[in-house]
Ligand binder design. Structure first.
Ligand code: ADP
Ligand code: MG
Length: 251
């Protein structure tokens, strides 16, 4: 049994002693990060600091050399069927929406539950309709991705991830590719999820969201976690020069 987090939560994602290289580049340096059940952790840091690599490694889209990652007590499998199941437990939403262009919105959302979760089609469609409603795009169910705005497509991408009933959701700069007027509609869906108790790891440059929604802020630079603090602590009193410099540029 892993120790509870400092605020008493049951640990859901535990990354310990994680190291990863891309050739000569030491991209993740001894990363230790525990995310409790229901916790929202926002990951901040300059471009190139390893935030995306960390997300992709937690989702096992990338390999790593040493250390360990467990999701709900289970170590990350290397390959095979258990890997597909693990990926289903870890939902991921990327900057680019990655919807299947030749499938309808409804089919985009039902595909995973039918193929991976072996849900029957009717059940999957009911679930998809509920989720599309929750993210506010239920009227678009029979359209194709290209007929939707970027903000609507990203909300569909969130619904599609939720349809797998993940234990944790990873968001990697989900609003960075959106026109400014669409950013809030996506952040609002994410804030709603956070309030409902979803465990979330969110890489974002939206400082307002970080202040409002985060239980904790993790600041990365050059492959290292330099700060791990509450949003109040981090924004009001950053400890490292790197974080001070980052905040002075972004705020
Ligand atoms: P961030 O998301 O914080 O901007 P990334 O995780 O994308 O950072 O990248 C961290 C570093 O790893 C960068 O220096 C980047 O150029 C490098 N990198 C990312 N992906 C690869 C890859 N597939 N092969 C080689 N280097 C990579
Ligand atoms: Mg990135």
């Amino acid at each position: 049994m892993t120790q509870p987090t400092s605020d008493g939560r049951d640990p859901l994602v535990v990354v310990s002693g994680l190291n990863k290289h891309y050739g000569d580049l030491h991209v993740l340096k001894d990363i230790n990060l525990t995310v409790g059940r229901g916790e929202v952790v926002v990951v901040l840091g300059p471009s190139g600091s390893g935030k995306s690599t960390l997300c992709r490694t937690i989702n096992r889209l990338e390999t790593f050399e040493d250390g360990s990652i467990t999701i709900d007590g289970k170590p990350l499998p290397q390959e095979g069927k258990s890997l597909a199941e693990l990926r289903a437990d870890v939902g991921m939403v990327f900057q680019s929406f990655n919807l299947f262009a030749h499938k309808t919105i409804l089919d985009n959302v039902t595909l995973g539950p039918i193929k991976v979760r072996k849900m029957d089609k009717k059940k999957a469609e009911e679930l998809a309709q509920q989720l599309l409603q929750r993210v506010g795009v239920e009227k678009q169910a029979n359209k194709y991705p290209a007929q939707l705005s970027g903000g609507q497509q990203q909300r569909v991408a969130i619904a599609r991830s939720l349809a797998m009933q993940p234990k944790v959701m990873l968001f990697d700069e989900p609003t960075s590719a959106l026109d400014p007027e669409m950013i809030n509609e996506v952040l609002d869906v994410m804030s709603g999820l956070a309030k409902e108790g979803m465990t979330m790891i969110v890489v974002t440059h939206e400082m307002g969201f970080a202040r409002r929604a985060a239980d904790r802020v993790v600041f990365m630079a050059d492959g290292e976690i330099l700060e791990d603090a509450t949003p109040e602590e981090f924004f009001n009193n950053p400890r490292t020069d790197r974080a001070k410099d980052f905040l002075s540029k972004i705020l």
